[in-house]
Unconditional design. Structure first.
Lengths: 62, 292
C-alpha cells in the first residue's frame, strides 16, 4: 500500500499483506522460526517480575 | 482477564438516538497481531453483513459467556459448545457455518473481502489441524510458543504455582505496548511475527482519518478552521462566525453518502460560512435516516 487516496471509498490495501514475497494467492507468510530469536527476548523475559500477574489480579479485583 | 464483558452497552450512540444504538464490542481488545486484528475486524464486518441480510446461521448457545471461557482454556482444542436445546456442536463448526454463509453472501465483492474469507478459512483449517501453522500470525499460538520456550529455558513447570505465576506475568508482558518492554513487539522487531503494514502507514493512520468517516470531518475541520472552532465532540462542532455561534450537527454523519458529502464540502470550502451553506443545502434535500 503506497498511498491512502483521500476520496476513495476503499482506501484499504487490495493486497494488504506485504508478506515478504510468495505466490499471490498464498496469503501472508508465517515467519520461519523454531525458537524465539536471540538472547534479547529471553533476557527481557527473565527480568519480568514474577509477581506481576498476582498484583494485576489484586488491582483489578480478579 | 476473567470478568471482562463481551459488550459495553454504552448509552451514547454518537448519532440520532431515535434510530441508532451503539454496542461497543470490547472482547478481543488485547490482540497484538496485525493479522489477527485484521481478520477479527474483517470477519465481524461480514457477520454484520449477514445479520443485516438476515442470512446469519442460527446457533443458540446454552451459556455464551461461559462458552468463551471454556474455549479459551480448552487445551484439548476440541472446543465443544453446548447448545440451548441440549445438543452439542463445536466452535469450529460454528465458525465454519458463518464462513460458509459469508462466502455465499460476499465472495467476489472486492479484494479485501476475498482476503478476509481466505484467511478465515486458513485459520479454521489450521485450528482443526496443526495450529502451529498460525505461529507469528495468531496471538495465542505465538504467545504459547514463546512461553513454552521460556519455560523450557528456565526449567519452569506449568503445574507449580510460582512457576505458573511467572509465566502468567510473561503473558501480560506479551501485550505490553511499550516497544522496549513488550514481548510481542520485541518479536516483531526481530522479524518473528508477520506484519501486514509498514511502520509509516501506521504512523500516518494515527493522524490521517479514513476519508469516508466522520473522523475525517472532525480532524480536517479542526485543522482547517481551528481559529473558528469553539467546541468539538463526536455529535457536533461549534464554530464562531461573525460573532455568533453556529453548530454543525454531526449526528447524521454516520453513513457513507452523508460523510462523503460533508467531507467533500469541507475540502472545497474556503471559509466556515461557505461550509455552513453547503451543509445546509444538503440537510434541506436529505431526509433524516429512518424518516424516509
Amino acid at each position: 500500500m503506497e498511498e491512502i487516496a483521500l476520496r476513495d471509498r476503499m482506501p484499504r490495501p487490495v493486497k494488504p499483506m506485504d508478506d515478504g514475497g510468495g505466490a499471490a494467492d498464498d496469503g501472508p507468510r508465517r515467519p520461519k522460526v523454531d525458537r524465539p530469536g536471540g538472547d534479547d527476548i529471553l533476557k527481557r523475559m527473565r527480568k519480568v517480575d514474577p509477581n506481576q500477574a498476582r498484583r494485576y489480579r489484586q488491582r483489578t479485583g480478579q | 482477564m476473567q470478568r471482562r464483558p463481551l459488550i459495553n452497552s454504552r448509552d451514547e450512540p454518537h448519532a440520532d438516538p431515535a434510530h441508532w444504538r451503539r454496542l461497543h464490542l470490547i472482547f478481543g481488545d488485547a490482540n497484538m497481531s496485525e493479522w489477527a486484528t485484521t481478520l477479527k475486524v474483517g470477519a465481524l464486518a461480514l457477520v454484520l453483513d449477514l445479520l443485516e441480510a438476515d442470512k446469519a446461521p442460527v446457533f443458540e448457545l446454552a451459556d455464551p459467556v461461559g462458552a468463551l471461557k471454556h474455549i479459551s482454556r480448552d487445551r484439548d482444542r476440541q472446543w465443544p459448545l453446548a447448545l440451548a436445546g441440549g445438543t452439542f456442536t463445536s466452535a469450529l463448526e460454528v465458525q465454519a457455518a458463518y464462513l460458509d454463509a459469508a462466502r455465499a453472501l460476499a465472495q467476489g465483492r472486492d479484494a479485501e473481502t476475498d482476503w478476509v474469507l481466505a484467511e478465515w478459512q486458513r485459520a479454521l483449517d489450521a485450528l482443526g489441524g496443526d495450529a502451529q501453522e498460525l505461529l507469528g500470525l495468531c496471538d495465542w499460538v505465538t504467545k504459547k510458543w514463546l512461553l513454552d520456550a521460556f519455560a523450557e529455558s528456565e526449567g519452569l513447570d506449568w503445574e507449580k504455582p510460582d512457576d505458573r505465576a511467572w509465566l502468567q506475568s510473561q503473558d501480560l508482558e506479551y501485550h505490553n505496548i511499550d516497544p522496549q518492554e513488550g514481548l510481542y513487539l520485541m518479536l516483531e522487531q526481530q522479524g518473528q511475527v508477520t506484519r501486514l503494514l509498514k511502520e509509516e502507514e501506521v504512523l500516518r493512520a494515527m493522524v490521517v482519518p479514513p476519508p469516508d468517516t466522520r473522523a475525517y470531518f472532525r480532524g480536517v475541520a479542526l485543522e482547517k478552521f481551528s481559529a473558528e472552532v469553539v467546541s468539538l465532540n463526536w455529535d457536533s462542532i461549534e464554530f464562531k462566525v461573525d460573532g455568533r455561534v453556529e453548530v454543525v450537527d454531526l449526528k447524521t454523519c454516520v453513513d457513507i453518502e452523508t460523510a462523503a458529502y460533508y467531507n467533500g464540502a469541507l475540502d472545497a470550502a474556503q471559509s466556515v460560512g461557505e461550509l455552513l451553506k453547503k451543509l445546509a443545502a444538503w440537510k434541506a434535500q436529505t431526509p433524516p435516516k429512518g424518516e424516509v
